[in-house]
Design a protein around this ligand. Structure first.
Ligand code: TTP
Ligand code: MG
Length: 385
């Protein structure tokens, strides 16, 4: 089962400000024309307004759009309560984002009819407790249940039975398949004339491989509704308590620009490991070992992140509060209080840019080795021998 809240941020705002009901509403980080839309009400979507659209463009399409400033804390609190409610229906719940989760019903329901009853109960309980709409998709794997909830939106409950999957896949636009982004969809359309997963099935695996390389098998399987990725329950991800990295400096120093470079490197390594584990840190700990081996740690609570730049800026801030009257021998960064629920940070344009840089570095390092790219500021840093 895939459960996904409808127009989540907006629905929370409309619930708390009932006069917004039925109106074109959008939530965004800053209410400035340079900012982007986080999400839009279904009324606003009718004019073409959607997530990640610049505000000025949204206002052009929908001049009477009502803009509300995002209240992340509130959405995170609601999200946590919803996940808790979902967890009372299955021991195996995987939070996939701030407003969606997968539930394993394998041992809960003996067939799809029973699963549907569970879905109805969940919808009723969430409506009653939180007065928020959601859509539930049920099928035989994650890919298909997510497709089901997408088709069933808003406020729906959609089942794709195993025997119906081919029919659904034949008639679904390819970009509705989770994991096929607009870029891949465009390439599939232009290069291969693929509009639906049904069309994609006609393309041989080796042909896909020549264009999509490591993604070819995913595409081949997705076209057939095959997905063997397991539901990883939140408690399994949460057992990982912290992720850290430290570096003994090549020489003892209290030169701040040098120390900042080291923090930059460590931030990248820690953030990369967070991303690899699909985890977000809510606490950053800095370890400083002085030349006399005296060691101190300082920590700061933060909004969930796995972006190098955010961790770097926090680390610098912490280091600024540490005494630098003696030379430092080792620096370390540890990310702790880890959670698996990502919090979308598209609001801050700098976050988006940094995310792209991080991802590009991850891809290049995976393909050509870990030394292929680095921050220019780190060029003079070598390990102590
Ligand atoms: P989604 O579930 O993708 O969107 P939604 O819940 O608003 O609408 P839908 O009915 O289609 O599910 O994302 C959940 C929340 O995450 C969304 O309410 C706002 C936030 N978000 C962003 O901040 N930026 C984005 O680009 C997206 C896609 C979502
Ligand atoms: Mg949603």
């Amino acid at each position: 089962m895939h459960a996904d809240m409808d127009a989540f941020f907006v629905s929370v705002e409309v619930r708390d400000k009932p006069w917004l009901k039925g109106k074109p509403v959008a939530v965004s980080g800053d209410i400035s024309t340079r900012s982007v839309i986080a999400t839009a009400s279904y009324e606003a979507r009718k004019c073409g307004v959607h997530s990640a659209m610049p505000i000025f463009k949204a206002l052009n399409l929908c001049p009477n759009l009502i803009l509300i400033k995002a209240d992340h804390k509130k959405y995170e609190e609601v999200s946590a309560k919803i996940i808790k409610t979902l967890s009372s229906y299955s021991p195996s719940v995987e939070t996939a984002s701030i407003d969606e989760a997968f539930l394993d019903l394998t041992y809960i329901s003996k067939d799809f009819e029973e699963a549907k009853t569970v879905g109805e109960k969940i919808k009723n309980e969430i409506h009653a407790k939180f007065r928020l709409p959601l859509t539930i998709g049920i099928s035989s794997n994650k890919l298909l249940s997510k497709l089901a909830s997408k088709i069933g939106k808003p406020n729906g409950l959609k089942i794709i039975l195993p025997e119906e999957k081919d029919l659904f896949l034949k008639n679904t636009p390819i970009e509705k398949i989770s994991g096929i982004g607009t870029k891949t969809a465009k390439l599939l359309k232009h290069k291969f004339g693929v509009q639906t997963p049904g069309d994609l099935r006609e393309i041989p695996l080796l042909t896909l491989y020549s264009t999509f390389k490591s993604r070819a098998i995913f595409l081949y399987n997705a076209a057939r509704g095959i997905d063997t990725t397991p539901i990883i329950p939140d408690y399994e991800k949460e057992h990982q308590k912290s992720i850290g990295n430290s570096m003994t400096l090549p020489f003892d120093t209290n030169n701040t620009s040098y120390l900042y470079s080291v923090l930059k490197h460590l931030s990248y390594v820690v953030a990369k490991r967070l991303r690899e584990n699909k985890l977000y840190a809510q606490n950053i700990i800095i370890t400083v070992r002085y030349s006399d081996f005296r060691t101190i740690t300082r920590q700061v609570k933060i909004r969930p992140t796995n972006t190098s730049k955010v961790i770097y800026l926090i680390s610098i801030k912490i280091l600024k509060e540490v005494q630098l009257n003696r030379k430092i021998r080792l620096l370390g960064i540890t990310a702790s209080n880890l959670i698996s629920s990502p919090v979308i940070t598209l609001f801050e344009s700098f976050d988006k840019r940094e995310e792209i840089i991080d991802k590009t570095m991850d891809i290049l390092k995976a393909k050509y080795g870990k030394n292929i790219t680095n921050y220019a500021t780190l060029m003079n840093i070598k390990q102590r021998t």
